[in-house]
Ligand binder design. Structure first.
Ligand SMILES: C[S@@+](CC[C@H](N)C(=O)[O-])C[C@H]1O[C@@H](n2cnc3c(N)ncnc32)[C@H](O)[C@@H]1O
Length: 169
């Protein structure tokens, strides 16, 4: 989710050595990247984008573990609190999509701020194992944080469930 220009997707591709299908979704246009299964240009807060991703997943017969990796950042307004709130909202949208697909793992990058705890609680409602990772290379002032959630509580659900989706009007 929010994978433009494609750095994380290329790392995921290289780490999985051709054994994984990689779908990159972003509102921005992305140039073709070798061995990325599909690039979907769309807003993740729209149902049409989720359904497009669903069609791709079905087309490639993805029927084993799904991992959702989200790195969503809104257009920065310059107002820290607003930007933080919008970023956490996008992470929540990605979490909803993760639940919709019963993704076994959900990983998201967010910046520290007042809504981080609330987001963590929502992730814990869907995943049994939730860890926080702060890379040593992160600049202290940016407080970049990765949330790594495993053991989905939805893992045995085979149906897509739109109730999980948290979408814009
Ligand atoms: C920090 S960048 C992601 C970088 C990416 N992880 C990489 O490795 O190349 C954040 C991305 O979030 C995307 N984004 C923001 N809002 C979005 C939305 N509603 N739907 C889809 N993508 C969105 C932006 O277009 C931007 O490309």
């Amino acid at each position: 989710m929010c994978g433009a220009p494609g750095g994380f997707s290329q790392i995921a591709r290289d780490q999985t050595k051709g054994k994984a299908r990689i779908f990159l979704v972003d509102i921005a246009r992305v140039k073709a990247i070798p061995n990325i299964t599909e690039i979907i240009k769309g807003d993740i807060t729209k149902l049409s984008t989720v359904l497009q991703l669903q069609r791709s997943i079905e087309k490639y017969r993805v029927n084993n573990e799904i991992i959702v990796l989200a790195d969503c950042s809104p257009n920065v307004s310059g107002h820290w609190a607003t930007d933080h709130a919008r970023q956490v909202w996008l992470a929540e949208v990605a979490l909803g999509i993760s639940n919709y697909f019963s993704a076994e793992k959900f990983i998201t990058k967010v910046f520290e701020g007042e809504y981080l705890l609330e987001l963590l609680q929502k992730i814990k409602a869907s995943y049994n194992n939730v860890k926080i990772y702060k890379p040593a290379t992160s600049r202290k002032e940016s407080a970049e944080t990765y949330i790594i959630a495993t053991e989905s509580k939805n893992r045995n659900k085979e149906e897509y469930n739109q109730d999980y989706l948290v979408l814009d009007e």
